[in-house]
Design a protein around this ligand. Sequence first.
Ligand SMILES: O=C(CO)COP(=O)(O)O
Length: 247
Amino acid sequence: MAVKPLVAGNWKMNGTKASVAEFVAIADGVSPALADAVEVAVCPPATLVAALATLGRLPVGGQDCHADASGAHTGDVAAEQLKDAGATYVIVGHSERRADHGETDAVVAAKARAARRAGLVAIVCVGETRAEREAGRTLDVVGTQLAGSLPDGVEPTNTVVAYEPVWAIGTGLTPTVADVAEVHAFVRARLVERFGAAGAGVRILYGGSVKPSNARELMAVPEVNGALVGGASLKAADFLGIVAAYA
Ligand SMILES: O=C(CO)COP(=O)(O)O
């Protein structure tokens, strides 16, 4: 199955109303030809989802959602609210959420189910820490996270997996191409094992210090179907330099 790659920007806790101009600059840089080759999305902080989505230029995503559709959960955002604000995607299980908020695989799976219930595509994140990689446990850890964080019924239309080694996030460090290839092949095998033909079509993104200078090399790795980009998605020129890997 031909899989259209996805390059998604994760702005994390960055951005104000002034950032709308950066989003527009990103959208302006995605030519029709580029849009045929790659889907480009931006996941801004929740405060900006509606403002960006209303422009109708590029798909927009949230960075987290609660498992419930509504209720007494001060400070949380429901997948239904992101959908109502115009979102297409929602990131769940980012390692910063797992670390800062103690999110377990079961919590992440519940959020992925909530995303589907609301009609959003869940971008489910997995990835090992430096200590886990050094102990040779990368595939074990990623396999356990996948098993626990992906709900049943995964389809290419409702789920994207992002492999983000924790030690590569915001550090300027990236795994070798061979290491990325090994993990992505492993993730693909697990997806096909559990979800059959549907698992073959689920996009697997690489995330962690993706930059214009390394995007082409990383995006060419087999089973890498795009990128989840943090810091370099905040500036249109950098983000578009990454998207250009698909030009
Ligand atoms: O966490 C990330 C995307 O979700 C990656 O962040 P950086 O691209 O800043 O390393």
